[in-house]
Design a protein around this ligand. Structure first.
Ligand SMILES: Cc1ncc(C[n+]2csc(CCOP(=O)(O)OP(=O)(O)O)c2C)c(N)n1
Length: 664
């Protein structure tokens, strides 16, 4: 039998459906979501909770003429399925496939490409204002989650919308969950509204009724006065009302007829409306409902049991949830950077009672959740509030604590000004543990952490480091806590990308000092972080072809090891390698150092990421596509080396060209 879903090619196809058919469609969509994510991995629980909301919105509003804008978009997979992307849904988050978020290039139903939380209220306000400029009639609807509503940008937008008072419908999709449990006064407030038996959901119905009575509008005015005086007692959503919104709700986000009727009603109202919809994260798939945090974003799993398919990811997931770390830590060679960070944070926290870990709603992803279990009083989850996290860190540091803010590179972008103003300008010893620096894989361009070097390098007082492997990250973290200045350590997703970890430090971490891993007379490869092991692989491959390349693990981007750069310059040609935007990154730092050193114009190849947004796909696939895998690197470097203009001048004596780490 053909599934209903197969007949839905555009949102208007759902409008003729009966309530029973719509309910059946919701069920089919859930099955499709579970089946697809079980096979591919990805975000699941939030989309399961928003199926009815998607259907009701597309039933009542006429997109794309009416503009429905979702915050981020990983919770709107039902929207993808009914807006002409069903047949490509199996390619979700795969290289060249559908994006896992909203994507402006993918569909006219997606107005923005998004993946960072809390942006939608501002962009929707802009859309509403643009509409009013040309006196168009379309509706603008913004859909935002309860945790994202606490983002600074969302709160700023709420403030502005209440003041500008455009016709704008804000849907608060409240599942009482962030990725993990939400934090903060706002979420407590929303929770109280939902669980409070005395709420005035009746108000809207009452108004409709009163309107039908003679002198109805006078009665409404009278009602408003009564309401004003009772507000504190009876009116839920008072905060929103005071901000200038008309608050409606909370309503059941899984009751299609209630959703549709309410949306039809609020569609007729003028001004900013906040419709509070209560949903269940993971709705309809038992395992996701029971453990919405695990199913927020999940590796491929077995639908029948909810268990992860891959044994090692299963153990890892269990490990990060249940494992009590042994008292004597031993870093596995295959450990990820996040695991190494997590272990070391606990180890250092055990002896240093001033250490305070901070996360902005990402305790699991950044590896601070174990620390939080051990030292609940010394771990702060500030919610989705990266800017605020830096402000709190600054206060803590000024007060004598040693804060470590563990954050994904991409989300740290939000807090650029706070790093400058609250931390660097004050010369405060705040540690930024920057995870997911470089290409992150399937989450794509919104999430790649490739700009951090360019924006951090310009900040005075900040030391910037990048470890070649998890063991070195541990040494760097220890070192960073001994410094009386701000320190940023950036490390990539997963573990090392090729080769075997060296496992032990060849030299201790010393400010502004690199580590030479291989000597060579023909070429110097200066590599940063995740590019160090690939550089070693390249050097081996080149050696087989008779080209001897030195390999340096830069360790520091700032202060850069100028003595090392001088030595590398003596070799005559050098290559810098980084998993970051070339513009403004490590290679730029080396070029600037060469300038400062007055080094003769030497040949310098800068390898890194292009001046473009890199698409989504597996990290290994993207590294290949960006020609950062060892094989591509070898042929790029070899070709460049072979085509270098050879000087007619006699070469300097071999001893001078030799790259030797004679300094230490
Ligand atoms: C600026 C920013 N910080 C952190 C994240 C990581 N993140 C993705 S989803 C999420 C939780 C969002 O919760 P909520 O808005 O309530 O939506 P739900 O998934 O519960 O529907 C977080 C913290 C992000 N995407 N953007």
């Amino acid at each position: 039998m053909t599934r209903l879903l197969e007949t839905i090619n555009r949102p208007s196809d759902i409008r003729p459906l009966t309530p029973a058919q719509l309910a059946a469609l919701a069920q089919e969509i859930r099955e499709e979501l579970v089946k697809t994510i079980a096979a591919l991995g990805g975000h699941l629980a939030s989309s399961l909770g928003a199926v009815e909301l998607c259907l009701a919105l597309h039933d009542v509003f006429d997109a794309p003429e009416d503009q429905l804008v979702w915050d981020m978009g990983y919770q709107a997979f039902a929207h993808k399925l009914i807006t002409g992307r069903r047949e490509r849904f199996q390619t979700l988050k795969q290289l060249d496939g559908l994006s896992g978020f909203n994507n402006k290039d993918e569909s006219p139903y997606d107005l923005f490409t998004t993946g960072h939380g809390g942006t939608v209220l501002s962009t929707a306000l802009g859309l509403a204002m643009a509409r009013d400029q040309v006196q168009a009639k379309r509706h603008v609807v913004a859909i935002i989650g309860d945790a994202s509503l606490g983002e600074g940008m969302a709160l700023e937008a709420l403030n502005h919308i209440g003041h500008a008072k455009p016709n704008l419908l804000v849907i608060l999709n409240d599942n009482r969950m962030s990725i993990a449990k939400p934090v903060g006064g706002l979420s407590r407030y929303l929770n109280r509204i939902i669980t409070n038996p005395v709420y005035n959901r009746l108000r809207l119905d009452l108004e409709q009724l009163v309107k039908r009575l003679p002198h109805g509008s006078r009665l409404i005015r009278l009602g408003r006065k009564v309401e004003e005086s009772l507000k504190g007692l009876l009116v839920p959503g008072l905060v929103f009302e005071e901000l200038g919104f008309r608050y409606v709700g909370p309503i059941d986000g899984h009751n299609l007829s209630e959703l549709i009727t309410t949306l039809q009603n609020v569609k007729r109202l003028a001004g900013p409306i906040l419709l509070h919809v209560s949903t269940v994260k993971g709705k309809g798939y038992r395992f996701a409902e029971e453990d919405p945090e695990r199913f927020h974003k999940v590796e491929p799993f077995d639908v029948a049991t909810g268990q992860l398919k891959d044994q090692s990811s299963r153990l890892k997931a269990q490990g990060s949830r249940q494992k009590r770390l042994p008292s004597a830590f031993s870093l596995q060679p295959s450990a990820t950077f996040t695991e190494a960070f997590s272990e070391q944070l606990i180890r250092l926290g055990t002896t240093n009672s001033r250490l305070i870990a901070i996360t902005a709603a990402m305790p699991e992803g950044t590896g601070v959740s174990e620390f939080a279990k051990r030292f609940p009083d010394r771990c702060l989850d500030v919610g989705m509030a990266e800017q605020h996290a830096l402000g709190v860190a600054a206060g803590l540091a000024r007060g004598g604590a040693r804060p470590v803010f563990a954050v994904y590179s991409t989300f740290l972008q939000r807090a650029f000004d706070q790093i400058m103003h609250e931390v660097c300008l004050q010369e405060l010893p705040v540690v930024l543990a920057i995870d997911r620096a470089g290409l992150v894989g399937e989450d794509g361009p919104t999430h790649h952490g490739v700009f951090d070097l360019a924006y951090l390098r310009v900040l005075p007082n900040l030391a910037i480091l990048s470890p070649k492997d998890p063991a070195e990250l541990q040494a760097m973290l220890r070192w960073s806590l001994e410094q009386e200045r701000p320190v940023a350590i950036r490390y990539s997703r997963g573990g090392i990308v090729c080769g075997e970890p060296i496992g032990k430090l060849t030299k201790p971490i010393v400010v502004g000092k690199s580590e030479t891993l291989r000597t060579g007379n023909d070429l110097a490869l200066l590599a940063l972080g995740s590019m160090v092991y690939p550089a070693l692989a390249v050097a081996e491959a080149l050696a087989r072809e008779g080209v001897e390349a030195a390999v340096v693990n830069a360790r520091f981007v700032k202060p850069i090891d100028e003595a090392m750069v001088r030595d590398a310059a003596k070799v005559g040609c050098l290559v810098t390698l980084e998993e970051a935007q070339v513009a403004g990154g490590f290679g730029s730092a080396v070029s600037e150092a060469l300038d400062r050193l007055g080094a003769p114009a030497i040949s310098h190849l800068r390898i890194g990421l292009p001046d473009a947004f890199v698409e989504h796909g597996k990290r290994s696939e993207l590294l290949k596509r960006c020609r950062l895998d060892p094989k591509s690197l070898t042929s790029r470097i070899r070709r460049w080396y072979d085509n270098l203009p050879r000087s007619t001048e006699p070469l300097p004596p071999r001893e001078l060209r030799a790259f030797a780490d004679a300094r230490e």
